[in-house]
Design a protein around this ligand. Structure first.
Ligand code: ATP
Ligand code: MG
Length: 193
């Protein structure tokens, strides 16, 4: 983990987008844990963040946020909701219902396994699946499930190194009504030429 003071450019540019929302981010770690503040996430003795939403797209990069969330949830006693938004491309000749059901089932298995990993470490965690547009579903879930913090990685399945934030991360950051914790993950080098 790096020192909380060493917040890189991504934090400032994202803060400019987030303006009125609190946001904590740094290169490989969470700033407020790195600050060593034992009251992090608490306000006047009450837990400020009771339910943390972690959107996961099934990629290794998106899952990079989980070790940070695990430590955060343990230290402030928060519950964790893992959300995967499933979407199936229906190819000609394929059964649309079966394709969608398969996508949802795969997503359910994925979040259940990840939730189990958190539970085994002593964190209260559950997996949820929605179907549709990822950013819209994530934002709707925040309200519906009484979420008070969103924690996500800057990149996911596509993982383009040349963009600071993936499109879903940026969309959620622009419209989120609760604070966000963004953890920068490092996409693989793109081929030259
Ligand atoms: N289908 C999804 N379900 C849940 N969370 C998602 C989904 N898609 C993206 N996310 C969240 O958004 C984060 C960033 O992914 P995003 O899709 O923005 O970047 P990307 O895949 O690298 O690029 P892009 O999708 O713009 O081509 C992921 O780490 C994850 O937290
Ligand atoms: Mg993506």
């Amino acid at each position: 983990m790096r020192d909380g003071a060493a917040i890189p450019t991504v934090a400032y540019s994202a803060m400019a987008i987030a303006h009125e929302h609190a946001m904590v981010t740094c290169d490989d770690a969470m700033a407020f844990i790195a600050c060593g503040n034992s009251d992090a996430g608490r306000s006047e003795g009450r837990a400020m963040y009771k339910r943390i939403l972690v959107p996961l797209d099934g990629s290794h990069l998106a899952a990079g946020v989980l070790p940070h969330v695990q430590e955060l949830a343990k230290s402030i006693g928060a519950e964790v909701v893992l959300l995967r938004v499933a979407f199936a491309h229906i190819f000609p000749g394929a059964d649309p219902i079966e394709t969608q059901v398969t996508a949802v089932q795969e997503a359910e298995t994925y979040v259940a396994e990840r939730a189990k990993g958190l539970q085994d470490s002593g964190v209260r965690a559950e997996g949820k699946v929605r179907y549709g547009d990822p950013a819209e579903e994530i934002l709707d879930h925040v309200t519906w499930d009484h979420i008070d913090l969103i924690a996500m990685a800057t990149h996911g399945r596509t993982g383009l190194k040349r963009v600071v934030l993936g499109s879903v991360a940026e969309h959620v950051l622009r419209r989120a009504t609760v604070p966000m914790l963004l953890v920068r993950v490092h996409p693989p080098e793109e081929p030259q030429g």
